[in-house]
Design a protein around this ligand. Structure first.
Ligand code: HEC
Ligand code: HEC
Length: 314
């Protein structure tokens, strides 16, 4: 087997291999009069250098001939047993893909009893188990830390999983749903509908909702525009909407940043943020383990979850 779409390169390489072996054996055959005859009269090529240095033509030693034929035989046997000739898998039928799959299956079978133990436990029970936490942490470091950070505190556009309240919720079901199917938070761009100055006023109002310094005159206009355009998703009080993935704007926790320029940029150009689904990467058992780990990081609760869950449409 080979990794190419068509078998062409497999046959190309196989043909070169076979021709190489045939050529080596042919070479040996045409040179056979020199083989193994220790008594053969040494030919003198007639070339002489530096007065008395003569070039001779010795027969090759017997050990060399045996090694040469042995190498050719090894090549032929190898090509018969292992893949090497086009798409033919060889008599042993081995290939690295099958081997890796076998190793993976053996590995999964070996860890299955460990996961089976946790399958019957609830997320809070798993989170309280020290051995499960270690497994969850390793899964997190291998699959999530590249985006959420090894301390799970996130980075611009990648949510902090520990502090502040979360976009989609910190109850076990929400975390499992996020990890399994992924998330795609979309805020539409308002470039055509809102001019840059008005966007600045709204940004001032958004800052004031988190208690940050804001221009008291501009927030009057900003609040009016916010109620018209933004409240539908972020809520009249700015508490967000978990079902839409619209963040809470009152908690001074920022996915992108709290400066007027950053907020204006988001208003004018919109936001499109994607968390990739892990369903094809992690097994459902692994997702439960890493979900329990993430859930335990925030102390197992959402700071303002009671407020938000009552505000979000079910
Ligand atoms: C390629 C980057 C990437 C990887 C890998 C990734 N995430 Fe995410 N994650 C994101 C982004 C971006 C969001 C925000 C999505 C949005 O705004 O709609 C997010 C959102 C989340 C949320 C919801 C946060 C909230 O505030 O509600 C959780 C929980 C989460 N991720 C956990 C995980 C876990 C656990 C893993 C590993 C199994 C993981 N993520 C892997 C990028 C990633
Ligand atoms: C259709 C729903 C929708 C509307 C309308 C909307 N937003 Fe958003 N907004 C979102 C979503 C969803 C996100 C999260 C995007 C992401 O996951 O990255 C977001 C993100 C934001 C953020 C980033 C928050 C942070 O933590 O950095 C700000 C600020 C914001 N919106 C302000 C506004 C303002 C101001 C308006 C009105 C001009 C508005 N939004 C209108 C859905 C909406």
């Amino acid at each position: 087997m080979n990794d190419f779409v068509s078998g062409f390169w497999g046959y190309y390489i196989g043909t070169i291999s076979v021709l190489g072996i045939v050529f080596c054996l042919w070479l040996l055959w045409v040179q056979r009069k020199y083989l193994g005859k220790a008594t053969l009269k040494v030919d003198d090529t007639g070339h002489v250098w530096d007065g008395n240095l003569r070039e001779l033509n010795h027969p090759v030693p017997r050990w060399w001939t045996i090694m040469f034929v042995g190498c050719c035989a090894f090549g032929v046997i190898y090509l018969i047993l292992y893949p090497g000739l086009g798409t033919w898998p060889g008599l042993l039928g081995t290939n690295s893909r099958v081997e890796v799959k076998q190793e993976q299956e053996a590995q999964e079978a070996a860890v299955a009893p460990i996961y089976a133990k946790y399958a019957k436990m609830s997320i809070p029970e798993i989170a309280a188990d020290p051995a499960a936490r270690v497994i969850g942490q390793r899964l997190f470091l291998n699959n999530c830390a590249q985006c959420h950070g090894s301390d799970a505190k996130g980075a611009p556009s990648f949510p902090n999983l520990i502090e502040g309240d979360s976009i989609y919720g910190r109850d076990p079901e929400a975390i499992i749903a996020t990890i399994t199917a992924g998330r795609n938070g979309i805020m539409p761009p308002f470039k055509g509908a809102i001019d840059a100055k008005t966007a600045g006023d709204i940004a001032q109002y958004v800052r004031s909702m988190s208690g940050l310094a804001a221009d008291q005159i501009r927030i009057v206009n900003g609040k009016r525009e916010y109620m018209n355009t933004c409240a539908a998703c972020h809520g009249p009080e700015g508490k967000g909407n978990k079902a839409l993935g619209a963040p809470n704007l009152t908690d001074d926790v920022w996915l992108y940043g709290s400066s007027e320029a950053t907020i204006v940029e988001g208003i004018l150009n919109g936001r499109n943020n994607r968390m990739p689904a892990q369903a094809g990467i992690l097994t459902p058992e692994q997702i439960r383990m890493v979900a329990a780990f993430v859930w335990s990081l925030s102390g197992g609760k959402d700071v303002t979850s009671s407020v938000l869950n009552s505000a979000a449409p079910k």
